[in-house]
Ligand binder design. Structure first.
Ligand SMILES: [Fe+2]
Length: 301
């Protein structure tokens, strides 16, 4: 099926049960407010998707000796994310999957810095950004067991991006890091993801150019399907654990009872689903500060 916002999708199920196209929030902004790219990732779909759900890694992987990497056109700055690398995670299950808050120290003792990530089953997440910033949506779709399609959309909620800003963002995010005809990445294990040792001294801890190339490196370097039985997950992996439980539960329900997974059949108001990053009082629950829309409560829909 065709889709709005320059995206498109293919439905491969029975004709009588074809779902409507999900109008993700980024599809509702004008073309001038948006850039997008897709490429082939050399890692299993779930492994890649888990990297997108996790936001804690950003405090390390996207940091440098000279300070955090700052996206071109960033308005709010996100230094608070780098000031506290041990956030507490709190998860809320939703009709579309789940959303979670990573809660960090704020600018003073009375404040918390909260970053909210929604994960929309079965494939996409919104990394957390403040409302005034250019925002991101990602999706991962299986190709085979060891590779997947990765999508990146960078968009602005209220204003168009200039051509100059679009170019800067494409460079920053890594849109020139793959062959535009074949979607094959130039960086991979064969060349150590083009790691630059000089770059590591100042500008980037990883020494890898392009934000999502850095993500690719950590998601691919453990092999296309990592052995989960030898993992040691910690408290900041709570969102990954939740995702695995939900996907296993959904797979069993589909296999045994024919129940379609969340995010497939329900035509929710997807444009209402957004990430957030903001400062709030420490004594107020984040679910009160940023309440879930009623229609996304589990059991509603
Ligand atoms: Fe990342």
């Amino acid at each position: 099926m065709g889709g709005p916002g320059g995206g498109w999708g293919v439905y491969r199920g029975a004709r009588e049960s074809e779902p409507p196209f999900p109008f993700y929030y980024w599809t509702t902004v004008p073309d001038s407010n948006r850039i997008m790219a897709k490429w082939i990732q050399d890692a299993n779909w779930l492994q890649s998707l888990e990297g997108g759900i996790d936001t804690v890694h950003a405090s390390f992987l996207h940091n440098s000796a000279e300070g955090p990497m700052v996206a071109p056109g960033a308005q709010s700055g996100n230094n608070l994310m780098f000031n506290d690398t041990r956030p507490k995670l709190d998860i809320e299950e939703t009709a579309y999957g789940f959303r979670y808050a990573s809660i960090r120290r704020g600018p003073d003792e009375a404040k918390h810095y909260v970053r909210i990530t929604p994960h929309i089953m079965p494939a996409s997440s919104y990394p957390p950004f403040s409302r005034e910033d250019n925002r991101i949506w990602n999706m991962w779709v299986p190709r085979d067991d060891g590779t997947c399609w990765a999508w990146d959309v960078c968009f602005n909620e209220t204003k168009p991006m200039s051509d100059e800003l679009k170019e800067q963002l494409k460079e920053y995010r890594g849109y020139y890091a793959f062959d535009p005809k074949t979607f094959v990445k130039y960086a991979g294990p064969q060349n150590m993801w083009l790691q630059d040792r000089e770059l590591m001294k100042k500008e980037s801890w990883s020494g890898i150019r392009g934000l999502f190339v850095q993500d690719n490196a950590v998601q691919e370097s453990m092999g296309p399907i990592v052995d989960r039985t030898i993992e040691h997950l910690g408290t900041t992996d709570a969102a990954i654990i939740k995702a695995r439980k939900l996907y296993i539960k959904a797979a069993i329900a589909l296999a045994e009872e024919g129940v379609e997974p969340p995010g497939v059949w329900e035509q929710g108001d997807y444009e209402l689903i957004r990430s957030d990053a903001y400062v709030q009082p420490v004594d107020s629950p984040w679910k009160v500060e940023r309440p879930l829309e009623e229609r996304f409560a589990v059991g509603v829909a």
